[in-house]
Design a protein. Structure first.
Length: 308
């Protein structure tokens, strides 16, 4: 289906796309830092739709064709550095506001509840949705994410120069940086086709890459709260997926998430790093389907029962 734009009640425009039958169980896909909805591959979306889901993927604010929050790039970079060093400053928006965008999209589509799946920062947004909008989340899948606690889910220190490097200013520079990033954090056991990755990087740039926007998303990421205590109060079927070769978000982040949420299933995948290799589409889709089935099996009287 073609891209559409939702004009949310709180003033943000969200670009989105859907797959499958709208009468099927809704499943919301939330992407991570700097990633447009196209980073959820069409093949994975179609795989999930074939399993009986109405799949929704979207651009977070500040990426792709969704709303931009306008600030000056250089002050944002300075703010990011001092915030990372522990000196809190005002940020353009928070993880909670990113979660509100996802809920607003469900409102736009007339969806009462959805299975919510997030990857990396998107997993942290999905966790926040489950905590702050409990009646909207039927099941939760958190992929290669963490709880916000500072001593779990850390990045390998060798990646810090990449994370804080000057942002790309041209299309070719962005494509080159994307290739470098894939080499540093991607799954070496599942090498990505160079031509395919180049096309994806070009599409990301052409659809509306914003260096300032990525920095602002990173500010929301580094100022997120520790959700551990709130995660312990969740009573929805939860799946936590983490790659054992992840260098950007250490597997301790996934383990901490699974420990915090009562009854969560933890799936640790050998040789998976910080990406979604096509070879693992069936593994990931089947685990999401299994988690949704747990929600469907709940008694109809339960407030956590699925709407569909």
């Amino acid at each position: 289906m073609a891209e559409r734009t939702a004009h949310l009640a709180h003033g943000i425009d969200i670009c989105f796309e859907t797959f499958g039958d709208p009468q099927h169980a809704p499943l919301l896909l939330v992407m991570g830092l700097g990633g447009p909805m196209g980073w959820w591959s069409v093949e994975l979306c179609e795989n999930l739709a074939a399993r009986g889901f109405f799949v929704i993927r979207y651009d977070n604010r500040d990426i792709g064709r969704s709303s931009r929050i306008e600030t000056e790039r250089q002050p944002v970079r300075r703010q990011l550095v001092v915030t990372y060093l522990g000196r809190r400053r005002h940020v353009p928006y928070s993880m909670s506001e990113l979660a509100t965008d996802g809920v607003g999209l469900l409102d736009h589509l007339g969806i009462e509840r959805a299975h919510v799946v997030g990857v990396s920062m998107g997993g942290m947004i999905a966790q926040t949705m489950a905590i702050e909008h409990r009646d909207r989340v039927t099941s939760l899948t958190s992929i290669m994410a963490t709880t916000g606690r500072r001593y779990v889910g850390w990045a390998n220190p060798r990646l810090l120069p990449m994370l804080f490097a000057p942002t790309a200013r041209t299309r070719e520079e962005y494509v080159a940086r994307a290739a470098m990033g894939t080499a540093m954090i991607g799954s070496h056991h599942y090498p990505r086709d160079t031509a395919v990755m180049r096309r994806l990087a070009e599409e990301t740039w052409d659809r509306g890459y914003s260096a300032t926007g990525v920095l602002q998303q990173m500010l929301a990421l580094v100022t997120q709260p520790d959700r551990t205590r709130q995660l312990r109060t969740l009573d929805i079927p939860t799946l936590v997926i983490h790659g054992l070769a992840d260098r950007l978000v250490h597997p301790s982040g996934g383990r901490a998430t699974a420990r915090a949420i009562p009854g969560a299933e933890l799936v640790e995948i050998p040789n998976m790093a910080h990406d979604l290799p096509a070879e693992l589409d069936d593994t990931i889709a089947a685990a999401i389907e299994r988690t949704a089935a747990r929600a469907a099996a709940q008694p109809a009287s339960s407030p956590r029962a699925s709407a569909k």
